[in-house]
Design a protein around this ligand. Structure first.
Ligand code: AKG
Ligand code: FE2
Length: 588
């Protein structure tokens, strides 16, 4: 099957996974999950009492509003690891739950639990997944109060969404606007809010804002929605689910095509913190994202040999148009110039394995054609220079070796040498490839050296320093914040990122999976394919193809050895003026 057909079919399948799973499990809910829900709740009041003030009358009148405001503090917002109070970003008053009480025992059962049930249903949380609504703050938006667009951080382990319960109050304005994947939803509950509570819930990684309150006051209880327990049970899928069968079939075809695509990556809709992915794996995934991963697991149970890891995908713009003032009057990449953005590197690293062995490589560089989503997916994220998202990296078991060799050809060549010459650390100095071998060993040793604590032996500063720099650059946070940079940060940001990337790759070596099994000839074939058939070395094509053919035909270790010598030469001296020289001297 052509790579483009495989890519299209796989994209369709993963994109429609949610509907397919609902159908297969016989669920009545046919509509896909959404990122936000809102609506009125029961009239049961909360019995709100505030320390030092007593019972608060609802809906709030001017007198109680003023008394309550006097006991509250300006609410901060999170920036990286810090929390800041800045009335230009957030103008709201807050009160910690230690200073107020919800004294009506029926409020939890009739209002909060009802809101929670609705949130679970809309946000696509499995019925058997336990979710807790943890009270976080009481907020008061007086006239002129607002909260500019932001994303909520994970305030507790397993937190995935925010629930706002608006207590009865009279106001205008104060609409909640929630964005996700290019869609925007405006929640305006003011009209129905005078006599009953109402709620809004949304995935915490969705950008949201509260528009200015234009009159009256808006009183809100904010809850963190937190996954409890071990996470969702594995999907109970009907054996004959067409989507699963289709994925098994695609994986099989892909696995049998050794010349085909080495890997594909499905980028998730939502953002996730690194910690939540590492610690909770698939249980951290939301809505459509989880369905795609579940479908993949179900196919694995049904016999598909498709390795899958959760990964961090970073996409970097290498070039921008002209700098200038943007629409906010700030110096940077102006809106007119944004058309000039070019996509540079796309890289996936930081695995958390879902199925199959851990990858025997720390990171992969992805070609645009290896992303299952097309350009329009990224366009929806706005114009910034760095995109970090979590995704699902997929490749058939038959491509394990190819991926490992592509990531580290030097290591593969040395492995091949060691296979063919067991126990030989160095060659006699008169051997034509002795110096090449020594150089490669040295380089590989340097690459693999990792100091305790994670910093590379050769690197200057410690991992901590880099994290510190990251923080300054606003790099912390979700795997999904599209991170924008001011012009001054850009060069420095690049440098810091490249260094950090190297360090992360080194650190990741410790968690490498087993070296994929291979005979010398298979290994030699992969090395040749990678080094000689890649675009960079396209001028080696005929020679390499010939060698490949011989190696495969004869299956002879001697052939692989000759091949190896040619490769060793090229690797040790990348600037070799005459590309054929290496082959000429190595080939008998
Ligand atoms: O006031 C609201 O409805 C939402 C508040 C909010 O976004 C937050 O506390 O992070
Ligand atoms: Fe928020």
């Amino acid at each position: 099957m052509a790579g483009s057909t495989l890519r299209r079919q796989l994209a369709e399948l993963l994109g429609g996974a949610e509907e397919a799973l609902a159908e297969a499990s016989g669920s009545k809910k046919k509509s896909p999950s959404d990122f936000c829900c809102a609506g009125p709740l029961s009239r049961t009041g909360p019995g709100l009492e505030v320390d030092g003030m007593g019972a608060v009358r609802l809906p709030l009148d001017a007198e109680h509003e003023a008394a309550l405001a006097a006991r509250m503090q300006p609410a901060p917002y999170g920036k990286g690891e810090q929390t800041l109070v800045d009335p230009a970003v957030r103008k709201t008053l807050q009160l910690d739950p230690s200073h107020f009480h919800l004294t009506n025992p029926r409020f939890q059962g009739q209002v909060v639990d009802e809101a929670l049930r609705r949130a679970k249903a809309t946000l696509g949380v499995d019925e058997d997944t336990e979710v807790e609504a943890q009270l976080y703050k009481l907020l008061l938006y007086r006239e002129g109060s607002f909260f500019k667009p932001h994303r909520d951080s994970e305030k507790a382990p397993g937190m995935f969404a925010t629930l706002a319960i608006q207590l009865p109050s009279r106001h205008t304005g104060g609409e909640l606007v929630v964005q996700h994947a290019g869609r925007s939803l405006t929640v305006d509950l003011a009209a129905r809010n005078a006599s009953a509570s109402c709620c809004a819930a949304f995935y915490a990684d969705c950008e949201h804002e509260v528009k200015p309150v234009t009159s009256g006051a808006r009183l809100v209880l904010v809850y963190n929605l937190v996954h409890k327990g071990a996470g969702p049970a594995p999907p109970k899928l009907a054996e004959g689910s067409p989507a699963v069968a289709k994925l098994v079939q695609l994986a099989h075809g892909w696995g049998a095509d050794s010349t085909g695509l080495m890997r594909l990556c499905w980028v998730f809709d939502h953002s996730y913190s690194e910690e939540s992915l590492r610690e909770r794996g698939m249980a951290a995934l939301k809505g459509r994202d989880r369905a795609a991963a579940q479908l993949r697991l179900a196919a694995c149970q049904a016999g598909a040999e498709l390795d899958a890891s959760l990964a961090l995908v970073t996409r970097i713009c290498s070039e921008a148009g002209e700098m200038g003032e943007d629409e906010f009057g700030e110096f940077g990449f102006g809106s007119g110039a944004q058309k000039g953005f070019n996509w540079g590197e796309i890289r996936a690293n930081k695995w958390s394995v879902l199925a199959g062995p851990a990858p025997a490589f720390s990171s992969v560089q992805l070609a645009p054609g290896e992303l299952l989503q097309g350009e329009d997916f990224w366009e929806g994220m706005g114009q910034t220079r760095w995109y970090r998202r979590a995704g699902l990296l997929l490749y058939p078991a038959s491509q394990r070796l190819a991926n490992a060799v592509a990531y580290e050809p030097t290591r593969a060549v040395l492995r091949l040498f060691d296979m063919l010459n067991p126990g030989v650390a160095e060659l006699p100095s008169d051997d034509p490839v002795a110096s090449a071998l020594a150089a490669l060993r040295k380089r590989q040793r340097a690459l693999e050296r990792v100091q305790p604590g994670g910093a590379a032996a050769s690197g200057g500063d410690s991992a901590q320093d880099v994290d510190q720099e990251d923080e300054e650059l606003g790099l912390f946070g979700m795997f999904g914040d599209a991170e924008g940079y001011s012009s001054g940060d850009y060069e420095m940001g690049m440098q810091v990122r490249m260094e950090k990337q190297e360090r992360e790759d080194r650190e990741a070596r410790r968690h490498w999976g087993p070296e994929p099994e291979a005979t010398p000839v298979q290994l030699a074939q992969e090395v040749v394919k990678h080094l000689f058939l890649s675009n960079r070395l396209s001028y080696y094509r005929e020679e390499a193809q010939l060698m490949l053919q011989l190696a495969a035909q004869l299956g002879h270790a001697g052939v692989a050895s000759v091949l190896l010598q040619a490769v060793l030469h090229k690797l040790a001296r990348p600037s070799l003026p005459e590309p054929h020289a290496a082959l000429a001297c190595a080939w008998p």
